[in-house]
Design a protein around this ligand. Structure first.
Ligand code: ATP
Ligand code: MG
Ligand code: FE
Length: 334
Protein backbone atom coordinates (compact mmCIF):
# COMPACT_ATOMS: atom_id res chain seq x y z
CA UNK A 1 0.00 0.00 0.00
CA UNK A 2 1.44 3.32 -1.09
CA UNK A 3 0.93 6.73 0.48
CA UNK A 4 1.96 10.08 -0.99
CA UNK A 5 2.79 12.30 2.01
CA UNK A 6 3.16 16.08 2.09
CA UNK A 7 4.72 18.27 4.80
CA UNK A 8 4.79 22.09 4.82
CA UNK A 9 4.31 22.99 8.51
CA UNK A 10 7.37 25.22 8.83
CA UNK A 11 10.29 25.95 6.54
CA UNK A 12 10.78 22.79 4.53
CA UNK A 13 8.60 21.86 1.56
CA UNK A 14 8.58 18.09 1.53
CA UNK A 15 6.91 15.17 -0.25
CA UNK A 16 7.50 11.43 -0.03
CA UNK A 17 6.08 8.13 -1.22
CA UNK A 18 5.98 5.47 1.50
CA UNK A 19 5.21 1.78 1.11
CA UNK A 20 3.39 -0.05 3.92
CA UNK A 21 4.28 2.65 6.45
CA UNK A 22 7.91 1.66 6.70
CA UNK A 23 9.62 1.72 3.33
CA UNK A 24 10.79 4.94 1.69
CA UNK A 25 10.34 4.96 -2.10
CA UNK A 26 11.16 8.66 -2.30
CA UNK A 27 11.76 11.46 0.19
CA UNK A 28 12.24 14.95 -1.23
CA UNK A 29 12.94 17.92 1.05
CA UNK A 30 13.41 21.50 -0.14
CA UNK A 31 14.81 23.52 2.74
CA UNK A 32 14.29 27.27 2.91
CA UNK A 33 17.04 27.86 5.45
CA UNK A 34 19.02 30.12 3.12
CA UNK A 35 16.04 32.49 2.73
CA UNK A 36 15.38 32.79 6.46
CA UNK A 37 19.01 32.93 7.61
CA UNK A 38 19.45 36.68 7.21
CA UNK A 39 16.42 37.26 9.45
CA UNK A 40 17.78 34.93 12.14
CA UNK A 41 14.62 32.82 12.14
CA UNK A 42 11.66 31.66 10.08
CA UNK A 43 9.60 34.50 8.59
CA UNK A 44 6.05 33.11 8.12
CA UNK A 45 5.18 35.10 4.97
CA UNK A 46 8.40 34.10 3.27
CA UNK A 47 7.81 30.46 4.25
CA UNK A 48 4.33 30.48 2.70
CA UNK A 49 5.57 32.04 -0.51
CA UNK A 50 8.34 29.45 -0.90
CA UNK A 51 5.90 26.62 -0.25
CA UNK A 52 3.60 27.92 -2.99
CA UNK A 53 6.51 28.05 -5.44
CA UNK A 54 7.90 24.65 -4.51
CA UNK A 55 4.98 22.41 -3.68
CA UNK A 56 3.99 21.09 -7.13
CA UNK A 57 7.60 20.59 -8.18
CA UNK A 58 8.46 18.69 -5.00
CA UNK A 59 5.38 16.45 -5.24
CA UNK A 60 6.11 15.66 -8.90
CA UNK A 61 9.68 14.85 -8.01
CA UNK A 62 8.59 12.52 -5.19
CA UNK A 63 6.17 10.67 -7.52
CA UNK A 64 8.79 10.44 -10.27
CA UNK A 65 11.56 9.20 -8.02
CA UNK A 66 9.26 6.57 -6.52
CA UNK A 67 8.29 5.65 -10.08
CA UNK A 68 4.57 5.47 -9.27
CA UNK A 69 1.36 6.98 -10.65
CA UNK A 70 -1.68 8.26 -8.75
CA UNK A 71 -3.46 5.01 -9.65
CA UNK A 72 -0.93 3.12 -7.53
CA UNK A 73 -1.67 5.15 -4.38
CA UNK A 74 -3.93 4.11 -1.48
CA UNK A 75 -4.12 7.57 0.11
CA UNK A 76 -2.69 11.06 0.29
CA UNK A 77 -1.42 12.22 3.68
CA UNK A 78 -0.59 15.71 4.81
CA UNK A 79 0.56 17.51 7.95
CA UNK A 80 -2.57 19.12 9.35
CA UNK A 81 -0.85 20.89 12.29
CA UNK A 82 0.68 22.23 14.42
CA UNK A 83 2.81 24.75 12.57
CA UNK A 84 2.55 28.09 10.81
CA UNK A 85 -0.99 28.44 9.52
CA UNK A 86 -0.06 29.97 6.18
CA UNK A 87 2.56 27.26 5.63
CA UNK A 88 0.23 24.41 6.64
CA UNK A 89 -2.47 25.64 4.27
CA UNK A 90 -0.25 25.22 1.20
CA UNK A 91 0.31 21.52 1.92
CA UNK A 92 -3.27 20.90 3.00
CA UNK A 93 -4.70 22.50 -0.14
CA UNK A 94 -2.30 20.64 -2.42
CA UNK A 95 -3.23 17.35 -0.71
CA UNK A 96 -6.95 18.07 -0.92
CA UNK A 97 -6.77 19.03 -4.60
CA UNK A 98 -4.84 15.86 -5.50
CA UNK A 99 -7.04 13.59 -3.38
CA UNK A 100 -10.17 15.05 -4.96
CA UNK A 101 -8.80 14.94 -8.50
CA UNK A 102 -7.71 11.29 -8.19
CA UNK A 103 -10.57 10.12 -5.90
CA UNK A 104 -8.15 9.13 -3.17
CA UNK A 105 -8.75 9.12 0.58
CA UNK A 106 -7.15 11.96 2.51
CA UNK A 107 -5.32 11.54 5.85
CA UNK A 108 -4.49 14.50 8.09
CA UNK A 109 -1.42 13.86 10.28
CA UNK A 110 -0.16 15.55 13.45
CA UNK A 111 3.38 16.84 12.82
CA UNK A 112 4.71 15.40 16.09
CA UNK A 113 3.08 12.01 15.42
CA UNK A 114 5.13 12.22 12.21
CA UNK A 115 8.38 12.94 14.07
CA UNK A 116 7.68 9.95 16.35
CA UNK A 117 6.82 7.64 13.44
CA UNK A 118 10.10 8.52 11.70
CA UNK A 119 11.34 5.69 13.91
CA UNK A 120 9.08 3.20 12.12
CA UNK A 121 11.10 3.83 8.97
CA UNK A 122 14.12 2.22 10.63
CA UNK A 123 12.60 -0.46 12.88
CA UNK A 124 9.30 -2.07 13.92
CA UNK A 125 7.78 -0.28 16.89
CA UNK A 126 7.13 -2.43 19.99
CA UNK A 127 4.70 -1.30 22.63
CA UNK A 128 4.46 0.10 25.18
CA UNK A 129 7.06 2.64 24.23
CA UNK A 130 8.20 6.07 25.33
CA UNK A 131 9.43 8.85 23.02
CA UNK A 132 11.52 11.87 23.84
CA UNK A 133 10.37 14.55 21.39
CA UNK A 134 12.94 17.32 21.03
CA UNK A 135 12.33 19.77 18.20
CA UNK A 136 12.18 23.45 17.35
CA UNK A 137 8.75 23.90 18.91
CA UNK A 138 8.30 20.89 21.21
CA UNK A 139 9.98 19.16 24.12
CA UNK A 140 7.94 16.33 25.55
CA UNK A 141 7.88 12.76 26.77
CA UNK A 142 5.16 10.82 24.98
CA UNK A 143 3.93 7.41 26.13
CA UNK A 144 2.36 5.09 23.56
CA UNK A 145 0.57 1.93 24.64
CA UNK A 146 -0.32 1.06 21.03
CA UNK A 147 -0.26 2.48 17.50
CA UNK A 148 -1.90 5.90 17.20
CA UNK A 149 -2.25 6.40 20.97
CA UNK A 150 -0.27 9.31 22.42
CA UNK A 151 -0.10 10.30 26.10
CA UNK A 152 2.03 13.36 26.86
CA UNK A 153 3.44 12.66 30.36
CA UNK A 154 5.63 15.78 30.45
CA UNK A 155 6.36 18.84 28.37
CA UNK A 156 8.26 22.10 28.45
CA UNK A 157 6.76 24.89 30.52
CA UNK A 158 8.53 27.58 28.49
CA UNK A 159 11.06 27.22 25.64
CA UNK A 160 11.44 24.11 23.51
CA UNK A 161 14.99 22.69 23.45
CA UNK A 162 15.52 23.62 19.79
CA UNK A 163 14.30 27.12 20.52
CA UNK A 164 16.79 27.45 23.40
CA UNK A 165 19.59 26.18 21.13
CA UNK A 166 18.67 28.70 18.45
CA UNK A 167 18.46 31.61 20.91
CA UNK A 168 21.76 30.78 22.59
CA UNK A 169 23.35 30.42 19.14
CA UNK A 170 22.05 33.84 18.20
CA UNK A 171 23.70 35.49 21.21
CA UNK A 172 26.94 33.77 20.17
CA UNK A 173 26.50 35.27 16.67
CA UNK A 174 26.11 31.85 15.05
CA UNK A 175 23.94 31.47 11.94
CA UNK A 176 20.35 30.16 12.02
CA UNK A 177 19.46 27.43 12.81
CA UNK A 178 21.95 27.40 15.64
CA UNK A 179 21.53 23.88 16.99
CA UNK A 180 24.10 22.17 14.78
CA UNK A 181 26.62 25.00 15.34
CA UNK A 182 26.38 24.76 19.14
CA UNK A 183 26.68 20.99 18.84
CA UNK A 184 29.91 21.37 16.84
CA UNK A 185 31.41 24.01 19.17
CA UNK A 186 30.48 21.93 22.23
CA UNK A 187 32.50 18.98 20.92
CA UNK A 188 35.74 20.98 21.21
CA UNK A 189 34.94 22.77 24.48
CA UNK A 190 35.09 22.00 28.21
CA UNK A 191 31.85 22.12 30.23
CA UNK A 192 33.65 24.30 32.76
CA UNK A 193 31.04 27.04 33.23
CA UNK A 194 28.51 26.51 35.99
CA UNK A 195 24.96 26.67 34.58
CA UNK A 196 21.63 25.71 36.18
CA UNK A 197 19.66 22.51 35.61
CA UNK A 198 15.88 22.82 35.77
CA UNK A 199 14.81 19.58 37.45
CA UNK A 200 11.47 21.08 38.62
CA UNK A 201 9.47 18.97 41.14
CA UNK A 202 11.12 15.60 41.89
CA UNK A 203 8.33 13.57 40.26
CA UNK A 204 7.77 15.91 37.31
CA UNK A 205 8.42 14.94 33.70
CA UNK A 206 8.07 18.57 32.63
CA UNK A 207 10.97 20.60 31.31
CA UNK A 208 12.07 24.23 31.42
CA UNK A 209 14.84 25.80 29.38
CA UNK A 210 14.29 29.54 29.59
CA UNK A 211 16.23 29.88 32.87
CA UNK A 212 19.21 28.10 31.34
CA UNK A 213 18.98 30.26 28.22
CA UNK A 214 18.96 33.43 30.36
CA UNK A 215 21.90 32.15 32.42
CA UNK A 216 23.95 31.71 29.23
CA UNK A 217 23.03 35.18 28.01
CA UNK A 218 23.87 36.69 31.43
CA UNK A 219 27.21 34.90 31.57
CA UNK A 220 28.16 36.36 28.20
CA UNK A 221 26.90 39.80 29.12
CA UNK A 222 28.73 39.92 32.49
CA UNK A 223 31.97 38.74 30.93
CA UNK A 224 31.73 41.41 28.26
CA UNK A 225 31.18 44.11 30.89
CA UNK A 226 34.21 42.97 32.85
CA UNK A 227 36.23 42.71 29.67
CA UNK A 228 36.77 38.98 30.18
CA UNK A 229 37.05 36.71 27.14
CA UNK A 230 34.79 33.67 27.38
CA UNK A 231 35.46 30.67 25.20
CA UNK A 232 32.47 30.08 22.92
CA UNK A 233 33.38 26.41 22.87
CA UNK A 234 33.30 26.15 26.66
CA UNK A 235 30.02 28.02 26.89
CA UNK A 236 28.46 25.82 24.21
CA UNK A 237 29.75 22.70 25.97
CA UNK A 238 28.40 23.88 29.33
CA UNK A 239 25.00 24.74 27.87
CA UNK A 240 24.79 21.44 26.03
CA UNK A 241 25.80 19.48 29.13
CA UNK A 242 23.03 21.08 31.16
CA UNK A 243 20.43 20.36 28.46
CA UNK A 244 21.52 16.77 27.95
CA UNK A 245 21.79 15.94 31.65
CA UNK A 246 18.14 16.89 32.26
CA UNK A 247 16.80 15.31 29.06
CA UNK A 248 18.61 12.02 29.64
CA UNK A 249 17.82 11.77 33.36
CA UNK A 250 14.07 12.33 32.82
CA UNK A 251 14.08 9.97 29.83
CA UNK A 252 15.62 7.19 31.92
CA UNK A 253 13.16 7.71 34.77
CA UNK A 254 10.18 7.73 32.38
CA UNK A 255 11.37 4.60 30.55
CA UNK A 256 11.84 2.74 33.84
CA UNK A 257 8.65 3.87 35.55
CA UNK A 258 6.48 3.05 32.52
CA UNK A 259 8.38 -0.19 31.95
CA UNK A 260 8.63 0.32 28.20
CA UNK A 261 9.93 -2.07 25.54
CA UNK A 262 11.42 0.69 23.41
CA UNK A 263 12.63 4.23 23.88
CA UNK A 264 12.44 6.45 20.79
CA UNK A 265 13.92 9.86 20.12
CA UNK A 266 12.25 12.27 17.68
CA UNK A 267 12.54 15.80 16.29
CA UNK A 268 15.32 18.01 14.98
CA UNK A 269 17.35 18.09 18.20
CA UNK A 270 17.59 14.28 18.02
CA UNK A 271 20.31 15.09 15.48
CA UNK A 272 22.46 16.37 18.37
CA UNK A 273 25.63 14.31 18.64
CA UNK A 274 26.11 14.88 22.36
CA UNK A 275 22.53 13.83 23.11
CA UNK A 276 22.72 10.74 20.89
CA UNK A 277 25.94 9.57 22.54
CA UNK A 278 24.73 10.10 26.09
CA UNK A 279 21.42 8.35 25.42
CA UNK A 280 23.19 5.39 23.82
CA UNK A 281 25.51 5.01 26.78
CA UNK A 282 22.76 5.31 29.39
CA UNK A 283 20.15 3.10 27.67
CA UNK A 284 22.70 0.36 27.05
CA UNK A 285 23.26 0.37 30.81
CA UNK A 286 19.49 0.29 31.45
CA UNK A 287 19.02 -2.56 29.00
CA UNK A 288 16.15 -0.83 27.18
CA UNK A 289 16.14 -0.76 23.37
CA UNK A 290 16.93 2.75 22.14
CA UNK A 291 15.92 3.90 18.66
CA UNK A 292 17.18 7.16 17.14
CA UNK A 293 16.48 8.01 13.49
CA UNK A 294 19.34 8.94 11.14
CA UNK A 295 19.84 12.70 10.84
CA UNK A 296 17.79 13.16 7.64
CA UNK A 297 14.73 11.67 9.37
CA UNK A 298 15.16 13.77 12.55
CA UNK A 299 14.53 17.15 10.94
CA UNK A 300 11.32 17.92 9.03
CA UNK A 301 10.49 15.57 6.16
CA UNK A 302 7.42 13.98 4.58
CA UNK A 303 8.52 10.35 4.91
CA UNK A 304 7.67 10.49 8.62
CA UNK A 305 4.20 11.84 7.76
CA UNK A 306 3.63 8.87 5.43
CA UNK A 307 4.74 6.48 8.19
CA UNK A 308 2.31 7.99 10.72
CA UNK A 309 -0.51 8.07 8.15
CA UNK A 310 -0.24 4.31 7.54
CA UNK A 311 -1.76 3.67 10.99
CA UNK A 312 -4.86 5.61 9.89
CA UNK A 313 -4.94 3.87 6.51
CA UNK A 314 -4.97 0.45 8.20
CA UNK A 315 -7.92 1.54 10.35
CA UNK A 316 -9.60 3.24 7.37
CA UNK A 317 -9.62 6.49 9.35
CA UNK A 318 -9.86 9.12 6.66
CA UNK A 319 -10.19 12.87 6.81
CA UNK A 320 -12.90 14.83 5.00
CA UNK A 321 -12.03 16.92 1.94
CA UNK A 322 -12.99 19.95 4.06
CA UNK A 323 -9.72 19.50 6.01
CA UNK A 324 -8.17 22.75 7.19
CA UNK A 325 -4.71 23.60 8.55
CA UNK A 326 -4.82 23.62 12.36
CA UNK A 327 -1.86 25.45 13.99
CA UNK A 328 -2.95 24.39 17.48
CA UNK A 329 -3.72 20.72 16.73
CA UNK A 330 -3.59 18.53 19.87
CA UNK A 331 -1.51 15.32 19.76
CA UNK A 332 -3.49 13.37 22.35
CA UNK A 333 -6.91 13.84 20.74
CA UNK A 334 -5.75 13.48 17.16
P1 ATP B 1 8.31 21.32 15.54
O1 ATP B 1 8.67 19.99 14.98
O2 ATP B 1 8.28 21.35 17.01
O3 ATP B 1 7.10 21.90 14.90
P2 ATP B 1 10.39 22.31 13.84
O4 ATP B 1 9.74 21.43 12.83
O5 ATP B 1 10.76 23.69 13.47
O6 ATP B 1 9.50 22.34 15.16
P3 ATP B 1 12.51 20.47 13.66
O7 ATP B 1 12.66 20.71 12.21
O8 ATP B 1 12.04 19.16 14.11
O9 ATP B 1 11.68 21.60 14.37
O10 ATP B 1 13.91 20.77 14.34
C1 ATP B 1 14.58 21.98 14.12
C2 ATP B 1 15.35 22.30 15.37
O11 ATP B 1 16.36 21.31 15.58
C3 ATP B 1 16.06 23.65 15.32
O12 ATP B 1 15.80 24.32 16.52
C4 ATP B 1 17.54 23.26 15.21
O13 ATP B 1 18.42 24.19 15.81
C5 ATP B 1 17.55 21.96 15.98
N1 ATP B 1 18.71 21.13 15.65
C6 ATP B 1 19.03 20.57 14.45
N2 ATP B 1 20.21 19.91 14.54
C7 ATP B 1 20.63 20.04 15.83
C8 ATP B 1 21.78 19.60 16.55
N3 ATP B 1 22.74 18.88 15.99
N4 ATP B 1 21.86 19.94 17.88
C9 ATP B 1 20.90 20.66 18.47
N5 ATP B 1 19.82 21.11 17.84
C10 ATP B 1 19.68 20.82 16.53
MG1 MG C 1 12.55 23.34 9.98
FE1 FE D 1 9.33 19.39 13.08
Amino acid sequence: KLILAIETSCDETAAAVIKNGNEILSNIVASQIESHKRFGGVVPEIASRHHVEQITVIIEEAMKEANVTYNDLSAIAVTEGPGLVGALLIGVNAAKALAFAHSLPLIGVHHIAGHIYANQLITDLSFPLMTLVVSGGHTELVYMKEHGSFEVIGETRDDAVGEAYDKVARTLNLPYPGGPHIDRLAASGEASIDLPRAWLEPDSYDFSFSGLKSAVINTLHNAKQKGIEISKEDLAASFQESVIEVLVEKSKRAATEYDVKQFLVAGGVAANKGLREKLKEQFTELGIELVIPPLYLCTDNAAMIGAAAFVHLEKQQFTSYTLNGNPGLDLEND
